[in-house]
Design a protein around this ligand. Structure first.
Ligand code: ATP
Ligand code: MG
Length: 160
């Protein structure tokens, strides 16, 4: 199940995150891909707002690989693997977040060793212009295919 969404502003990217939030379930894993400044953290801010968190809690601090947010509807684990050197990853104990009570959202998902999670929703951000982005949602596993289905097509490329 693959679906392409478009965004024309940071606000629109956040709106997609807010819209995804209520569809997620405990133990859900969301992988984010895309180059620097593509909008991954921006999307997580929207997701956080959808969980009832203050989006300003979501930042990209230099040395934090995992930020845990517990004040929302479900725990939100914001993981950023960009600064991770190979090898360190096993020391993070990420498996404890996956399949737990909360939702894990992982920037630079490609740095996760293959096979760490078998089912997840991958969202790849690409640049279409200075403020335009394409979000490609790709579901691995039926639970995530349902999520993508439930997100609907309104506002996606399929409407064109
Ligand atoms: N449509 C858009 N969606 C998201 N961000 C946008 C959009 N248009 C412009 N921007 C800008 O692009 C930047 C996105 O930054 P953000 O931190 O979300 O990127 P990132 O993918 O997390 O990068 P990094 O890999 O460095 O963590 C912000 O400055 C934001 O204002
Ligand atoms: Mg980021």
């Amino acid at each position: 199940m693959i679906r392409k969404l478009r965004s024309r502003s940071p606000e629109e990217t956040k709106a997609w995150g807010r819209r995804l939030a209520p569809l997620l379930f405990p133990g859900a894993v969301i992988g984010l891909e895309g180059e620097l400044g593509a909008g991954k953290t921006c999307f997580v801010q929207g997701l956080a707002a959808g969980f009832g968190l203050d989006e300003r809690e979501i930042t990209s601090p230099t040395f934090t690989l995992v930020a845990e947010h517990y004040r929302g509807r479900m725990p939100l684990y914001h993981i950023d693997l960009y600064r991770l050197e190979g090898g360190e990853i096993t020391e993070l104990g990420l498996e404890e977040y996956f399949g737990g009570r909360g939702v894990s959202v992982i920037e630079w998902f490609r740095f996760l060793p293959p096979g760490t999670v078998s089912e997840y929703l991958l969202i790849t951000f690409s640049f279409l212009g200075p403020e335009a982005r394409e979000l490609t949602l790709s579901a691995r596993g039926v639970a995530y295919a349902r999520v993508v289905e439930a997100l609907g097509t309104e506002g996606s490329w399929q409407d064109e």
